[in-house]
Write a protein that binds this ligand. Structure first.
Ligand code: BGC
Length: 745
């Protein structure tokens, strides 16, 4: 570890850490581990080493892959989850290959294994990293007994474009929230000390993948290095510091360099600067795709560049397997790099206990699924993650005898699971209709109106007839699971099909209408707000979506979810995110289209930054969400006016629950650095906490922020806290509150 890395690492952990320091027993920690790895490595042939660097997709059958495993040509498989077959795979590797090295089994467990939690964007909406940690630990507890060792999660891609379908898989637009969630997922999957009950986390996609041009998946990104370091890399750095065992390179090229061949990024920043000594795997054929990028002429050169960049394992290109031996003979790659890659892979296998217990007990695997703990944590996560966007008294439901449940998402067990739900089972999924039938004390009428979200209809007579018999209407609308996720980008973000028409028609009946949106992204729902009296927004909620939402709708608990990403009025506003840089001409109440006179003269004086047709504001800002009560902030003070760079800022505030319901507020602290060596964001989230208060309760509270958390990469390319003036807000979202000034010397 060089000095520069040491300093940066120390700064970095203070800058983004939400939790305790890196757990013991992570990679590189134990000399006993190193001895085992070195001993095994010394006994391996070149072909066996290269075999370890090869990952294949092997699902459904064992026979087609048996010979390759026996010959030591497979280090890892993905996409097989059957414990009996996994035991067979291991038996071939352990008992029939020369060195008996067990196979590392990977799977995309993105928001739960069988018990699916809300999609990661929904988990981020809880602003509750501890709950995210619990969810990840429960996912490990379900998957590991079945023989799965490694999950390709968490996805840490900052996403500021809701057209991009994979926005569903991450924590949204903010680096600090994302970093907190990153640490939580890593600790949850891996446990305090990675071992025989952990899943190895794989932080992905390194790096910048979420900035795909136009929101089109797999498109290139243009992220300059400072932006990369200040916005896109902090969650990865936080996860590395938390002990993430593995990392995946991304599909995208940034500024001309595909990540899988990007040595300055992987070898430079990740390995040398951050000291990452874990396993780096490519994304699916991202080595081979460097040929399609026109970055390498053939697979052999792609393999050479990937190894040179710092990649250890090839997912599904077979580039290492086919070409490394030849490349070594030609002296185009170094033996030391191959050895280093194999060390990383073997370390993970040792740390997860694969050599000690490669086999699993299928009966135990079965009984690990759908435990009470998992189901109740999933339900709680749903209830914490749904965001109340509007409520004119319709929620919670009160005095309703007959309830109409309608809409294509009301009883759509597959679609409520969301993207990456390979292992979820619709038969085990509880829909809102089912939960309401069980929990609602009154009559439930059910008329779906639309069978699926894309359906187009011109009228809804049977729904309207039922609405007339009901005291209130719950309309479950949104997006089918397949409309978000990988390769599922959209250019139009309005509610699809005839769903807006359905809401409008329901509203015209005069009955109170509650819209519950289940989607994979923040849709542009402005046109639907007038069609409902209340709107609850739930990112695809998973297995326990029904009970978790019913808890909110029926008032058993109050909504506390907050937008982890800015909600836009129209797709033309993309990209719009709260932590944008300060403009030379910030918006100031300009004239909109209908206020501009005919043949008005052009002027270049006094203009500011906005759209003539949509103004300057989003529909809902980052961090926004209502509850069944009201909260008031007061007495916001800092313990000092001026701080040194090593100090901790203690922010005191009083929070009052001024309404009638017990509820939780997500208290958010934002900071603006007034003058920087480079232009700084208008504000940035620097701390948050969830506080629960009884009706009428008032509490004096405080929250601490190390000054080092204000550091950023400025003009000199180093991460530092620049002295000067700052403003600080304590509020329930990113758009309200009164600033308090302070200084850093
Ligand atoms: C995705 C990754 C995923 C991998 C393995 C790729 O298409 O981009 O996120 O982990 O497949 O399934």
């Amino acid at each position: 570890m060089n000095i520069r890395y040491f300093v940066l690492a120390a700064l970095a952990s203070a800058a983004f850490s939400c939790a305790s320091p890196k757990p013991e027993g992570t990679l590189g920690a134990g000399s006993e581990l190193d001895r085992k790895v070195e001993d095994l490595l010394s006994r391996m042939t070149l072909q066996e080493k290269i075999g370890q660097m090869n990952q294949i997709s092997a699902g459904g059958e064992v026979a087609p892959y048996a010979a390759a495993i026996r010959e030591g040509k497979v280090g890892s498989i993905l996409n097989e989850v059957d414990p009996v077959r996994l035991n067979e795979f291991q038996r071939i590797a352990v008992e029939q290959s020369r060195l008996g090295i067990p196979i590392l089994v990977g799977r995309d467990i993105i928001h739960g294994y069988r018990t699916l939690f809300p999609i990661p964007l929904g988990i981020a909406a809880t602003f509750d990293p501890e709950l995210a940690r619990t969810g990840a630990a429960l996912a490990a507890a379900e998957a590991r007994p079945g023989g799965i060792h490694w999950t390709f999660s968490p996805m840490l891609d900052i996403a500021r474009d809701p057209r991009w379908g994979r926005i569903a898989e991450g924590s949204g637009e903010d680096p600090y929230l994302d970093a907190c969630m990153a640490e939580a997922f890593v600790r949850g999957y891996q446990g305090e000390r990675p071992g025989s009950s952990s899943l190895a986390a794989c932080i992905k996609h390194f790096a910048g993948y979420g900035a795909a041009e136009g929101g089109r998946d797999y498109a290139g990104t243009q992220i300059p290095e400072r932006l990369l370091r200040n916005v896109y890399l902090p969650p990865f750095e936080a996860a590395v510091k938390a002990g993430a065992m593995t990392l995946m390179t991304s599909f995208n090229e940034n500024d001309g360099l595909p990540s899988t061949g990007n040595a300055p990024l992987v070898r430079g920043i990740l390995r040398e600067e951050w000291g990452f000594d874990g396993l780096v795997v490519t994304d699916w054929n991202s080595m081979g795709e460097m040929i399609a990028h026109g970055f390498t002429p053939d697979r052999k050169e792609a393999a050479r560049q990937a190894l040179e960049a710092g990649v250890d394992m090839d997912m599904m290109t077979f580039g290492f397997l086919s070409h490394l031996e030849e490349l070594l003979k030609e002296r185009k790659v170094r033996m030391a790099d191959i050895d280093e890659a194999v060390r990383h892979i073997l370390k993970v296998k040792y740390m997860l206990g694969l050599f000690d217990s490669p086999y699993v007990d299928p009966a135990a695997a079965e009984s690990a699924l759908y435990t009470e703990d998992a189901l109740s944590a999933a339900r709680r996560t749903v209830a914490e993650s749904a965001i109340l966007l509007k409520n004119e008294g319709a929620l919670p439901l009160k005095g309703v005898r007959t309830l109409l449940v309608t809409g294509p998402m009301a009883d759509s067990p597959h679609d409520q699971l969301g993207t990456w739900s390979f292992d979820g089972e619709k038969d085990r999924t509880v829909t809102p209709l089912r939960a309401l039938r069980e929990q609602f004390d009154g009559n439930v009428l059910y008329v779906p109106g639309l069978k699926y979200t894309r359906e187009v209809r011109t009228s809804f007579p049977e729904v309207l007839e039922a609405a007339r018999k009901a005291d209130a209407v719950l309309a479950f609308v949104g997006e089918e699971a397949i409309l978000s996720g990988e390769a599922h980008s959209l250019a139009d973000l309005n509610l699809i099909g005839s769903q807006s028409d359905l809401l409008k028609a329901l509203k015209a009946t005069g009955k109170p209408v509650v819209a519950v949106v289940m989607a994979g992204r923040p849709l542009t729902i402005e046109r639907d707000l007038p069609s409902c009296d209340a709107m609850l927004y739930s990112f695809h909620p998973g297995t326990m979506g029904g009970p978790g939402l019913a808890d909110l709708l029926l008032g058993k608990t109050s909504p506390s979810g907050k937008t982890p990403v800015t909600f836009l009025r129209t797709v033309g506003q993309v990209p719009m995110y709260y932590n944008h840089n300060m403009s030379g001409r910030p918006y100031q109440n300009e004239k909109l289209l209908d206020e501009i006179g005919l043949e008005a003269g052009q002027t270049s004086l006094g203009n500011t930054s906005y759209y003539l047709d949509y103004g300057a504001s989003p529909l809902f800002p980052f961090g926004f969400g209502l509850s069944y009560t009201n909260f008031a902030f007061s007495d916001i003070t800092l313990d000092r006016d001026c701080y040194g760079k090593d100090d901790v800022i203690r922010v005191s505030y009083t929070l009052s629950n001024t309404g009638q319901a017990e509820a939780t507020e997500v208290v958010q602290v934002y900071v603006r650095d007034l003058v920087g060596s480079v232009v700084r964001p208008v504000k940035e989230l620097k701390a948050f906490e969830r506080v629960t208060l009884a009706p009428g309760e008032r509490k004096a509270l405080s929250i601490e922020i190390p000054v080092s958390r204000l550091s950023f990469y400025g003009r000199n390319g180093e991460r530092t806290v620049e002295p000067g003036g700052f403003l600080l807000w304590v509020a329930g979202d990113s758009a309200t509150g009164e600033p308090v000034p302070f200084e850093v010397r």
